[in-house]
Write a protein that binds this ligand. Sequence first.
Ligand code: SME
Length: 159
Amino acid sequence: MYDFQIAAADKTTLYRDLASALEGLVSGEPDPIANMANAAAVIFETLPDVNWVGFYRNIGGELVLGPFQGRPACIRIKFGEGVCGTAAATRQVQRIEDVNAFPGHIACDSASASEIVVPLIRDGELLGVLDIDSPKRARFTEEDEAGVVKLGEILSRVL
Ligand code: SME
């Protein structure tokens, strides 16, 4: 059993501890689905104020739902559509303070108010995206972005 107790007072420590828990979970495991599943679980359990954490995989130039925690979500997203599709098309992190103000945002859970999406890239290939939603507006700061990008770097090596 894995029982991570991550209760850090500040975000730097929180993301450092989360990154090391994630490294521990995925190290030595070559199966990408298993790694995405455990990653979604540990991130969802650790970060406060999140209602959806999961993956969309790049399958032939379309994003297809992967392992996640949260409510059932839309299955296929075209590149350029919504926050996830924009992250995939631009290969840029999308940190959205108010998803309702984002043109084309795809509302999977009406509770979601803000969102961060990190593209997962290895050797120039877009593997997919890591998507985290929050019911709180402007939940994700620059510090969160730096922390989630680090998580994405760990994951890109094992997907
Ligand atoms: N809101 C996302 C869709 C995925 S869900 O949030 C799980 C988007 O606009 O791409």
